[in-house]
Write a protein that binds this ligand. Structure first.
Ligand code: GLN
Length: 204
C-alpha cells in the first residue's frame, strides 16, 4: 500500500530499524502477544521516544489497541500514547468480522470500504482527539495530532486515502521539524511497519 502511494516502506523489528524512519504503522495482529514482543526488544520505549519527538504513528486494529491509554477491562501492555479508551473484539468474534462502506466526511466521497476483523472500537475520547468516522454508532477512526488510529484494515482494500492522510501527517511533521530544527532526523522519505506476528503486511 505504501509503495502504491510512492513511498519506501521498511519493516521495523528492532530498535535499530526505527532509525531514519519518518512515520510508523502498527498493523493488525494479536495485541497481547505483540505487546510482549515490543517490550522484550525495547521497541516500546523507542517508539514512545520517537513519538514524543514528533514521529507520526498510525495504528490499525491491534495497532489502535496498543496506542490507547486505556484498554477496557485489561491491564495488558499498551503504548498508551493516545487519549482514548478502546474495547477489544468489540463487534464480536471472528465470525462477526465484516465489511462496510464507511463515510469519512473529512475524506469526502465515496465512503471508504472498511474491513473489520475481530475489531476494537473506541469507547471514549479525551483531550482533543478527533473522531473521523463511526459505524453502528461506534467510533472507529480517530486522530490526535500526529497520531492516527483505525479499528479496521485500510490496507486490505484498493483505497489509498487513509494511508495518504497518514503520509500527509508525516510530511507535515517533517516540515515542522525542519522549520524548528528539532525532531527526528529523517534522511529520506520513508515510512515503515513493524512486524505484525503473522498479520497483514503494510509494505506491499
Ligand atoms: N482482536 C485483536 C486483539 O484484540 C485485534 C485484531 C486485529 O488486529 N485484526 O488484539
Amino acid at each position: 500500500m505504501l509503495q502504491r502511494c510512492g513511498v519506501d516502506a521498511v519493516e521495523v523489528r528492532t530498535v535499530a530499524h526505527l532509525d531514519g524512519v519518518e512515520g510508523l504503522i502498527l498493523p493488525g495482529g494479536e495485541s497481547t502477544t505483540v505487546g510482549k514482543l515490543l517490550c522484550r526488544g525495547g521497541l516500546d520505549e523507542a517508539i514512545r521516544q520517537r513519538v514524543a519527538q514528533g514521529m507520526p504513528l498510525f495504528g490499525t486494529c491491534m495497532g489502535l489497541i496498543l496506542m490507547a491509554r486505556e484498554i477496557e477491562g485489561s491491564d495488558q501492555f499498551r503504548l498508551g500514547l493516545m487519549d482514548i479508551a478502546v474495547r477489544r473484539n468489540a463487534f464480536g468474534r471472528q465470525v462477526d468480522s465484516f465489511e462496510c462502506d464507511l463515510p469519512v466526511p473529512s475524506l469526502g466521497m465515496p465512503p471508504v470500504r472498511a474491513v473489520f476483523i475481530c475489531a476494537p472500537y473506541v469507547t471514549r475520547v479525551e483531550n482533543g482527539v478527533q473522531v473521523l468516522a463511526s459505524v453502528q454508532g461506534q467510533t472507529v477512526l480517530v486522530r490526535q495530532g500526529h497520531l492516527l488510529g483505525a479499528a479496521f484494515h485500510p490496507e486490505l482494500t484498493e483505497d489509498t486515502r487513509i494511508h495518504r492522510l497518514f503520509l500527509d501527517m508525516v510530511a507535515d511533521s517533517k516540515s515542522l521539524s525542519e522549520k524548528h530544527g528539532s525532531g527526528p532526523e529523517c534522511p529520506s522519505n520513508r515510512a515503515s511497519s513493524p512486524h505484525g506476528c503473522g498479520t497483514p503486511s503494510f509494505s506491499g
